[in-house]
Design a protein around this ligand. Structure first.
Ligand code: ADP
Length: 504
């Protein structure tokens, strides 16, 4: 109450000060104006019409002044009665708090909602084509822009989500627009912050629990200099990616060794980071491998695609340096931006990364201890030597057209009745059917005979499709998916498949 009285006193003092200012300004005007100018002022005052206008002008500006003063004080007075916490987009907490808010039951008073699509979790091998009735995402509603009221542990919590206006730069160019970040404010009546702090802590804990044992893939949109999208999913089974013999194991042991060698790097004063370049034709499993590797190592992945225009050097630098901890950084199509620039396709003023921008960003990442950076490209020859010299890129690995080991592996992966992990192959078309705990001996014998037949088919497939045919693992995936129910027809379908590929 005391503070209220003090503030009211301050308000009166301010008003008195304003009147004093007006009086002082009047006397100053008289002393500074020349006699001729003073005559003009007196003329105005002497003229009924002009003085009435002048009077209205004074009233108008005083009204605006006092209104601003009162609104300002009203906001301040109001802020004495509640506590609040604000979180800005760009910080991970923004997404955690958004999810926390979205999980609260919506009260009837909320009339403006935001909605996003969320996919249900898939089985271990996620990349299948479902030619049945297409699965739909879940629609998740949350309070939209503006202020809303929620209840938590019996307390009333106000949530306000602010979407700032987008400011345009001088030339109003989309590529140069400055996107201001959104924010969420939670507030509650009283002076005690502990409830709000508990909510923030709870939002973080819930998010970590949800992510445990899963892979979070962070990505971004052009023009954003922070990881604006994230998707948490079951880790992709490491055995589901089939690479040339020994390549997967070699890469895994290299990276595992690196992750254990922090001390070794420190003792020798070497920046503790490791860079890999995966190169080769599209559809050979570069991205799939990195995502599966991250899942295997219980890491996350931050993906930035440099082939998409809209990134400039500064944004790239900010992005790479704000990657969430324990993440593999993946720079996809690292050649694309530079090729475009060389070919003169980049228009004047277009946002795009430059070679020196990429180099600076890569070198800057050393600030983050234990960084693992993967770059992918379809055209290694087009890359500048500076980009792939050791230190920036320690290992260069070719992901080539499928060899015999991969052709056999892909064939068995889609046709065998049990996957490499020993489980029954999960067929998306038979979703919902549960795997029996114990298999009937007769059924077991039938499956063994079937799998023996599939192995014979795989032998024949390997005679018909060879590395020389330049088939990618992605193309093999599509082919074996199509014939997964009918191993007998596969071999005769191969010539048509190869012809089709040659045409692509
Ligand atoms: P890239 O990054 O080399 O262009 P992707 O990893 O994006 O290739 O692969 C595209 C699709 O093909 C994915 O659905 C993936 O599951 C499949 N695929 C490609 N290569 C492999 C592989 N070596 N092992 C398993 N699946 C693969």
């Amino acid at each position: 109450m005391d503070t209220l009285v003090t503030k009211a006193g301050e308000l009166l003092n301010s008003a008195a000060a304003v009147f004093d200012q007006i009086v002082v300004a009047g006397s100053r005007l008289e002393s500074t104006l020349s006699p001729a100018a003073m005559n003009v002022v007196k003329g105005i005052m002497g003229n009924d019409v002009l003085s009435a206008g002048f009077f209205l002008m004074i009233i108008g500006s005083s009204y605006t002044f006092f209104k601003d003063l009162i609104v300002g004080y009203y906001n301040e007075v109001q802020s004495w009665f509640y506590v609040s916490i604000i979180v800005q987009e760009g910080d991970q907490l923004y997404n955690w708090l958004s999810d926390w808010v979205a999980e609260r039951p919506l009260t009837k008073s909320i009339r403006h909602l935001s909605v996003k699509t969320v996919w249900a979790e898939n089985d271990e091998d996620m990349d299948y084509f479902d030619d049945g009735d297409e699965e739909r995402p879940k629609l998740v509603y949350a309070p939209g822009s503006g202020s809303h009221v929620l209840y938590h542990m019996g307390y009333k919590i106000s949530v306000s989500r602010d979407s700032p206006e987008q400011e345009s730069s001088e030339d109003d160019d989309m590529r140069n627009r400055i996107l201001k970040k959104q924010s969420i404010t939670i507030s509650t009546v009283g002076w005690d912050m502990s409830l709000l702090k508990m909510i923030v802590q709870d939002a973080m804990e819930k998010s970590y629990k949800k992510k445990a044992g899963k892979t979070t893939i962070y990505s971004t949109q052009p023009f954003d200099s922070y990881w604006s999208n994230s998707e948490t999913r079951a880790p992709r089974a490491f055995h589901s990616v089939i690479l040339a013999k020994g390549l997967k194991e070699e890469l895994l042991s290299d990276i595992t060794m690196f992750r254990k060698s922090a001390r070794w790097y420190h003792d020798r004063g070497i920046p503790y980071r490791r860079g890999y370049l995966l190169h080769g034709p599209p559809g050979t499993g570069k991205t799939s491998f990195i995502v599966a590797l991250a899942g295997h190592l219980r890491m996350n992945v931050c993906i930035v695609n440099l082939g998409i225009s809209g990134f400039n050097d500064k944004q790239l630098n900010q992005l790479l340096n704000s990657a969430p901890r324990n993440s593999i950084l993946l720079m996809e199509d690292v050649d694309a931006a530079l090729i475009k620039r060389k070919a003169g396709k980049v228009q004047e003023g277009e946002n795009n990364v430059t070679l020196s921008g990429i180099l600076n960003s890569l070198d800057g990442i050393t600030a983050q201890e234990g960084s693992v950076v993967f770059m992918t490209t379809n055209h290694i020859r087009k890359l500048a030597p500076a980009l792939i010299r050791p230190g920036r890129c320690d290992r260069k690995l070719l992901f080539d057209y499928a060899d015999e080991h991969q052709i056999r592996g892909m064939c068995l992966k889609f046709l065998l009745s049990r996957s490499a992990s020993g489980h029954l192959t999960t067929d998306p078309l038979r979703k919902g059917e549960t795997e029996p705990e114990e298999i009937d001996p007769k059924e077991q014998a039938r499956m063994d005979a079937y799998d023996a037949h599939v192995h014979e088919v795989a032998d024949q497939v390997c005679q018909k499709i060879t590395h020389k045919d330049s088939v990618t693992t992605a193309q093999l995936q599509a082919f074996f998916m199509l014939h997964r129910e009918s191993p007998d027809t596969i071999v005769e379908a191969i010539p048509g498949f190869l012809k089709e590929i040659a045409r692509e």
